[in-house]
Design a binder for this molecule. Structure first.
Ligand code: ZN
Length: 495
């Protein structure tokens, strides 16, 4: 086990805290996953990549990490309040599909996008619809504790009552008066006692297709319930990290804290982590602004705001080049700069294979050890990936000098440097050579060999046996098997 002092910024305490897991050696991490009613976009990429870095780094440090990321397939209503249509049911109605067909389709699409971005799959990916019983149990516990009430077949959380005994708003820093004032503009309270109360269980109207039986009649769970219920089921009544985008702090995570405290008397989560948001050319992303770009559109460059396609690794690197708590602004210029930066890093990585070490090299293992320490120091400071990347860029300059023979390194030093790059660039940042780039390169490589064989055929035709044999022998020495056939020659690369 590691002796690292890892500091994590806790949204709840608003300070960086030394990370101490509930169970030594183990980490439980819950991250709010997508509502699966549309294609994954940048808003999905940032938390996925942020918590992928956290997952990878904690695993690297030797923790046994259980990473739970849910799929929201019911209960997320159109206006994020307790009114409006279920987002998935609405899509299903439009497309004349079963709601679960919509959810499955976009879950598959989400997985494909995450895979392209190099995000490791979570340890458990629970679906809200698969945990209706657990959510009903949570609602019952809150009712039993006296912090919820039934109204016309729906169950609401009694925020005012809760606020008297505990404090509502500790995560977002809002107090109840602010929340009440902010919500006064909206329509009347309807069946709620107070506008700020939120639904734990909603009665299903006759036309509502996603419905389950419950002690309070047919209905469906409120959105906030699923994460509290599933987090507790898979990670226990107390677990380490709960993450998501900053937009989830209020009301979603604030409500989760209230539900946890109301149902079990104490909080469930030790460290609340939130990634900041992404803007596009300085604007909030939104369908009405015409800047809503899906990940696939980034990957194939088909959106009108994009000057070119951007590979998944460019997107990943771009996101990791900012600290997760900073805002990120997407623009073509910024993405092109990231693309160049990533190329520089991967080229240096490849270039190390061509460096010829010398026994009395000026650099040795100490250089790699120092680089490793700096990278760890950056990551231990609340996962500061941009600082870590800047250290790798410094090393790229040294690698270029080594390749140009303007600097020397010992064999052990070179091995250690390669290992440092593998650890930080590949294992922890999750960067990998682009599949598409490789395909292009392989194609060019194949064409070059074909061209050499054509030259050999011409030499043979001109009875220039010396040139013909030279090409065959040299290719053979490089590991190519050349076979002469009636129609010319074929080649393959021997293993
Ligand atoms: Zn959630």
């Amino acid at each position: 086990m590691t002796d690292h002092k890892l500091f994590i910024y806790n949204t709840l305490s608003r300070t960086k805290e030394l990370f101490r897991p509930v169970n030594p050696g183990h980490v439980g991490m819950y991250v709010c996953g997508p509502t699966v009613y549309g294609d994954a976009h940048l808003g999905h990429a940032r938390p996925a990549i942020t918590f992928d870095l956290v997952f990878r780094y904690l695993k690297h440090l030797g923790y046994k990490v259980r990473y739970v990321r849910n799929i929201t397939d019911v209960g997320h209503l159109e206006h994020d309040a307790d009114e409006g249509e279920d987002k998935i049911a609405k899509k299903a109605k439009l497309e004349q599909l079963e709601p679960m067909e919509v959810a499955q389709h976009f879950t598959n699409r989400f997985h494909q996008a995450m895979d392209k971005l190099g995000c490791l799959p979570p340890s458990i990916e629970p679906h809200a619809t698969g945990h209706i019983i657990e959510q009903e149990q949570l609602v019952q516990q809150i009712l039993d504790a006296g912090y919820a009430y039934e109204s016309n077949g729906s169950i609401y959380f009694d925020v005012e009552k809760y606020n008297k005994d505990h404090k509502y708003g500790i995560l977002s820093g809002r107090n109840l008066e602010d929340v009440i004032n902010a919500s006064r503009e909206l329509d009347g309270v309807g069946e709620k006692r107070n506008q700020v109360d939120f639904a734990l269980w909603k009665k299903a109207q006759p036309e509502h297709i996603m419905r389950w039986p419950s002690p309070w009649g047919d209905g469906f769970p409120g959105w906030h319930c699923e994460c509290t219920a599933m987090g507790r089921k898979y990670l226990g009544a107390q677990f380490d990290i709960h993450g998501g985008g900053m937009d989830l702090v209020f009301p979603h995570h604030e409500c989760e804290i209230a539900q946890a405290v109301a149902s079990q008397g104490e909080q469930m989560v030790r460290y609340w982590m939130h990634n900041n948001m992404i803007t596009i050319n300085g604007q909030k992303m939104g369908k009405s602004l015409g800047n809503f770009i899906t990940l696939d559109e980034f990957f194939n460059g088909s959106h009108e705001k994009l000057e070119q396609a951007y590979s998944p690794m460019t997107i990943r690197f771009f996101i990791l080049q900012a600290h997760y708590r900073s805002t990120v602004d997407f623009s073509n210029e910024a993405l092109q700069a990231s693309q160049k930066g990533l190329e520089r890093l991967m080229e240096a990585f490849a270039q190390m294979e061509r460096v010829e070490p010398v026994a009395d090299g000026a650099l040795n293992e100490a250089y790699a050890a120092e680089l490793t320490e700096k990278c760890y120091a950056a990551l231990d400071d609340d996962f500061n990936s941009p600082i870590m990347i800047s250290h790798l860029f410094d090393a790229c300059r040294v690698i270029n000098q080594l390749a140009d023979k303007k600097q020397t390194i010992t064999p052990e030093g070179l091995e250690a440097l390669k290992q440092t790059f593998r650890t930080f660039a590949v294992d922890i940042l999750g960067l990998r050579a682009e599949a598409e780039g490789n395909a292009d390169r392989e194609e060019a490589f194949g064409k070059a060999i074909d061209m050499l064989l054509e030259l050999r055929a011409k030499a043979k035709a001109a009875k220039d046996w010396a040139t013909s044999d030279l090409i065959r022998d040299e290719l053979g020495a490089l590991g190519f098997e050349i076979k002469d056939t009636r129609d010319g020659a074929t080649w393959k690369l021997a293993k």
